[in-house]
Design a protein around this ligand. Structure first.
Ligand code: F6P
Ligand code: MN
Length: 319
C-alpha cells in the first residue's frame, strides 16, 4: 500500500505544496494521538473562553489550534494562516507561497461523548512582497490548490484533493502514516439519505420546509421513494458519510438569527468540503450559488450549505 508521501511524490503536486501537506497531516496525526487519550490526558471540558463566533471553546479546540498554528508558522512555505479559533489571520513567512485556512477541530461538541470530530483545511497559492493580510485570503474557493480533512473516528482518515480527484487514506497506528485505502472516490448522483438538523425546521425558509416535507413523506409523497436520515453533528462526519455512500447534507439559511446567513463558515468548512464534493462528482451550493464561485468578504463569513449527490442537490435547489 502506498503512503501519503509516495502518493504525493508520484503526482504532479509541487514540492512546496507537498511539504505543506505533510506538515499539516503530520500535525493531525499528533492531534489524533492527543484525542485518543481522552479523559486520561485531563484535557476535556471547556477552556473557559469564547471563540470569535461567540461559541464556547473546548480545551481540545485550543490545543488543536495551537498545534497546527505552531507547525504551520514554522514552515517556510507558509505565507499565512487563518483559523476558526483565531480572530485575525496570522502572517507567517512573507516569502511563503501558501495560505492555509483551517477548522482545527470541527464538531467539537462531539468530544464530550467520544464521537467523531475532525480537522478541515483549505490551501491557496498566493505570493506577495508584504506580509499577508486578511484581504489576501479573500479568494473564491475554486482557486484552492488543495483541500481536505482528517476524520478522528474509530480509525483516523485523511481525505484529500489536490485538484485531481479525491483519495482516502487510513492512518496506520503501527507506523503513524497515512496509507492510501481508496483512490478516485465518486458520489452516485442519486440518493435516499439526507442530513439536516430537523430541530430547526420552524426557522427554515418555506422552500426548504417543502423540500424536507417531501423527503419525509417518502413513498407516500411525490418523491416516490423512502429516505433515511442521519445527523452526526460534525460536518466532517456527515461529509465523510456522503463521500463513502452518498447522500445530501443541508445546513440551510434560517431566521433564528437574521444576522447569520447560515451556520457554517465559508473559508474553512464550506469551501474545502465543496472542493472535495465536486472532485468526487457531487455538488455544493448555497440556496442560490455554487459555493466555489463565492467571492468571500471576510475570513469568518458564514454561508448556507447544500451539498452531496448531484441530482439530489439539483432537486433541493428546484424548490
Ligand atoms: O462547526 C459547526 C458544526 O459543529 C458542524 O460541524 C456541524 O455540522 C454543525 O455545526 C452542527 O450543528 P448543530 O449544532 O445545529 O447540530
Ligand atoms: Mn466546524
Amino acid at each position: 500500500m502506498q503512503n501519503l508521501s509516495q502518493v504525493l511524490a508520484s503526482s504532479a503536486v509541487e514540492d512546496s505544496l507537498q511539504t505543506v501537506l505533510i506538515q499539516t497531516t503530520d500535525t493531525c496525526v499528533a492531534i489524533s494521538d492527543v484525542l485518543k487519550q481522552g479523559s486520561l490526558a485531563g484535557i476535556l471540558g471547556m477552556a473557559g473562553n469564547e471563540n470569535v463566533q461567540g461559541e464556547e471553546q473546548k480545551k481540545l479546540d485550543v490545543i488543536s489550534n495551537d498545534m497546527l498554528k505552531d507547525a504551520l508558522l514554522a514552515c517556510p512555505e507558509v505565507r499565512a494562516i487563518a483559523s476558526e479559533e483565531e480572530e485575525d489571520i496570522v502572517p507567517a513567512n512573507t516569502k511563503g507561497e501558501y495560505l492555509i485556512a483551517f477548522d482545527p477541530l470541527d464538531g467539537s461538541s462531539n468530544i464530550d461523548i467520544n464521537a467523531m470530530v475532525g480537522t478541515i483545511f483549505s490551501i491557496y497559492r498566493q505570493t506577495g512582497d508584504n506580509p499577508a493580510t486578511e484581504q489576501d485570503f479573500l479568494i473564491p474557493g475554486k482557486e484552492q490548490v488543495a483541500a481536505g480533512y482528517v476524520l478522528y473516528g474509530p480509525s483516523s482518515m485523511l481525505v484529500l484533493s489536490t485538484g485531481n480527484g479525491v483519495n482516502m487514506f487510513t492512518l496506520d497506528p503501527k507506523t503513524n502514516t497515512f496509507l492510501l485505502t481508496e483512490e478516485g472516490v465518486t458520489i452516485q448522483p442519486e440518493t435516499q439519505e439526507f442530513a439536516i438538523n430537523m430541530s430547526n425546521q420552524r426557522f427554515w425558509s418555506e422552500s426548504i420546509q417543502n423540500y424536507v416535507n417531501d423527503l419525509v413523506k417518502g413513498k407516500e409523497g411525490n418523491r416516490n421513494k423512502n429516505f433515511n436520515m442521519r445527523w452526526v453533528a460534525a460536518m466532517v462526519g456527515d461529509v465523510h458519510r456522503i463521500l463513502c455512500r452518498g447522500g445530501i447534507f443541508i445546513y440551510p439559511w434560517d431566521n433564528k438569527d437574521p444576522s447569520k446567513p447560515g451556520k457554517l463558515r465559508l473559508m474553512y468548512e464550506a469551501n474545502p468540503m465543496a472542493m472535495l464534493l465536486e472532485q468526487a462528482g457531487g455538488k455544493a451550493y448555497t440556496h442560490t450559488d455554487r459555493i466555489l464561485d463565492i467571492q468571500p468578504n471576510a475570513i469568518h463569513q458564514r454561508v448556507a450549505v447544500i451539498l452531496g449527490a448531484a441530482n439530489e442537490v439539483d432537486k433541493c435547489l428546484s424548490y
